[in-house]
Write a protein that binds this ligand. Structure first.
Ligand code: IPE
Ligand code: IPE
Ligand code: MG
Length: 242
């Protein structure tokens, strides 16, 4: 089989911080803080294994529904992590990209995001996409909106719109197709993450809570991926003789 065994693009729904903290008798936000170390480990693993893109779900468009205090802590944490990690990412040749509707964030945070993206824009060892105020449906609607504006202005002919064209207007355009989607924390759902990009991704669910997800746990997910036969609609025999 000629299939490449290493995923080029991995996305992770980092779930289970609150339950991890609760199990330890701590408040939920303690779990979010602990989860930052797992983010560092995941980035390290991705770089060491030549994964090209790593997309992490940090805050969903539905997470605004949480208590204001928890949302506040998550925003503060995002700020803090940008402060402490942006330079390190740059040194490690990682390109940072934030995907999602950042218009709802305060201007100071938006400025910080723009600065970090700009500083790291020419790095090429890994693209780290952080999904913040991200929703899969938002991504699709946002693409449709941009396309309709181009059609209305005459820049684009509607006859030219196909899947390839549409993809160019989504958040992860120009990056490798999503190969593997991991969800920690035991739930078996997508929670409005990468809906368009999930079309042919391999899905991996683990009960491990996000703060416990280390490089070994990431390796297990990658091993599981390597054992699968990706058929893309073909028969197993066709894939084997390819
Ligand atoms: C994921 O952990 C982090 C975010 C959604 C920001 P949770 O906070 O959802 O943790 P659980 O699912 O309540 O344990
Ligand atoms: C998904 O986790 C969002 C992130 C990990 C950022 P949630 O904990 O918000 O998902 P649901 O609400 O259980 O579906
Ligand atoms: Mg959760």
């Amino acid at each position: 089989m000629t299939q490449n065994k290493m995923p080029k693009h991995v996305a992770i729904i980092m779930d289970g911080n609150g339950r991890w903290a609760k199990k330890k008798g701590k408040i939920r936000t303690f779990g979010h803080k602990a989860g930052v170390e797992s983010v560092r480990a995941a980035v390290r693993f991705a770089r060491q294994n030549n994964i090209e893109s790593l997309t992490l779900f940090a805050f969903s468009s539905e997470n605004w529904n949480r208590p204001a205090e928890e949302v506040g802590v998550l925003m503060d944490l995002f700020n803090l992590v940008l402060n402490s990690e942006a330079k390190k990412l740059n040194k490690n040749d990682v390109r940072l990209k934030v995907i999602g509707d950042t218009s709802r964030f305060d201007q100071k945070l938006v400025d910080k995001i723009n600065k970090a993206e700009e500083m790291t824009q020419h790095n090429s060892s890994l693209i780290l996409n952080i999904a913040a105020n991200y929703g899969g449906r938002w991504d699709i609607v946002n693409a449709a909106k941009q396309i309709s504006e181009k059609v209305a202005s005459g820049e684009l002919d509607s006859a030219q719109i196909d899947e390839h064209k549409f993809n160019q207007f989504t958040s992860l355009a120009d990056q490798p197709e999503l190969d593997l989607l991991i969800r920690t924390g035991g739930e078996h759902r997508i929670s409005n993450f990468l809906m368009w990009q999930c079309a042919y991704a391999e899905l991996y669910f683990t009960d491990t809570l996000w703060p416990d997800f280390d490089e070994q746990a990431f390796q297990l997910a990658v091993n599981d991926f390597a054992d699968r036969q990706r058929r893309f609609g073909m028969t197993g025999e066709q894939v084997e003789t390819k």
